[in-house]
Structures are given as structure tokens and as C-alpha cells.
Design a protein around this ligand. Structure first.
Ligand SMILES: [Zn+2]
Length: 62
């Protein structure tokens, strides 16, 4: 299942959207996404369990 999730860019603090895949197994996924406004990268880590997001974090990427 793919869902759209909102995250805040850690450089310009604009809300961006990201498509994430939810699954039944629990494993942490790390993604690097470029902000659509300022083009700075953000590292997104998330964990899903039973098709729900149980952990979601955005970190500034240098
Ligand atoms: Zn930004």
C-alpha cells in the first residue's frame, strides 16, 4: 500500500509530500528526498507495521 505523507523540510520548513510504502513487516526505511522548494536533501526514516506508520522522522541532510 502506498500512501502520501507530509513532511517538513528541515532547511526551509516547507511542507512537502512523499509517497511511502506501508507493509505488514516492521523494518526501517531510509530515504533521501530533495525539497521541492529549496532543493536541499532531507533524510526520511520510517517504520511501518500492519500498514500503519509507527515511526516517522525527518533529518537534515548535509
Ligand atoms: Zn526546503
Amino acid at each position: 500500500m502506498i500512501v502520501e505523507k507530509k513532511y517538513k523540510c528541515q532547511t526551509c520548513f516547507t511542507n512537502n509530500l512523499i509517497d511511502i510504502e506501508l507493509s505488514f513487516c516492521s523494518e526501517t526505511v531510509d530515504l533521501i528526498e530533495d525539497c521541492t522548494i529549496c532543493c536541499n536533501p532531507n533524510t526520511i526514516s520510517y517504520t511501518s507495521e500492519n500498514e500503519k506508520v509507527v515511526y516517522f522522522e525527518v533529518l537534515k541532510t548535509y
